[in-house]
Design a protein around this ligand. Sequence first.
Ligand SMILES: [Zn+2]
Length: 351
Amino acid sequence: MQKSIERIAGDSEGHSYEFPVFRFEGTDKAAPSAYLQAALHAGELPGVVAIDALMPMLEKAEAEGRIKGDITIVPQANPIGRAQYHFGEHQGRFHLGTRTNFNRGFPLLAAPDVELLPDTTLGTADQRLKSRLLQLSIGHDIVLDLHCDDEGLAYLYVQARLWPAMADCAAAMGVDAVILWDEDSDGTFEGASITPYLNLPAEVARFDRRVAITVEYRGILDVDGALAGADAEGLYRLLVGRGVILDQALSTPGSFTGLVAPLENIDMMPAPRAGAVLYKVKPGDRVAKGALLATIVHAPGEADGRTQVFAPQAGIILTRRSRRIIRAGEDLLKLVGDRKSADARSGTLED
Ligand SMILES: [Zn+2]
């Protein structure tokens, strides 16, 4: 394993950022390669501790000569966000300098060619970081971007063309749900990882062995040793299942039995009033149409001071907020409906 340090120039003189990259060299050039990164949203740490638990497993495989395909690991992909504290609160989702989401605005290339990456010399530090992360990942057959939600189940975002060919990966990771998306116009990292292949001939794109996933490892507070160990084993199973690592002692996972739904089935449930949220449901709950989801206490102590929010359709609660204060219009939760959401946001991944 080789460790190197990436440096990203800051937006002013005397100021730069750095992050480590770990590379394991595979022994079989025909084997699939894998790229894993975590904490692109810098405060989302379940994937960071999962990688921390995975590294000894990779080092053991390397010592035993079982790493077939190249593996590149970026345990903390966002040194800019990592350093952003605003009045004592960590802010790892948006770049403070540009107000841009760290998981939007990745260049959507026409082909998987690093020569097509834009020149970011005169751009901003977050643009330089995005360009470099994409450059590090391009060329790998398997690209995993580890995130987490506010409070939620373990689930994946997957481009619809890769499904169901990728069902074995979801089974290996042991996640609860898979959300399929079609088009990414906002430039998420996952979108930027898969878009360059979408217009290539099938024999070049190789969707049978290509994997690109935004992994949502539950909630922001689910940073836990036992979960990290289980997630590391899931990642390891995926790498073995796809032939990146050889491990004959490992049994193959069964078929994926979790929830699979298109993005358009998600109801985000904007809050009708601002106030304190009293949730009636939690992630994993199955709800019927019309079921009470939450009560918002917007005028405490007053007769009409509470507003209830009901399920617009039957489905499963995927996520909810980790904080209980809400503004009108902010999303209360993600309900994966049994059918298309009546107010489906034409949009992209909400990670
Ligand atoms: Zn995220």
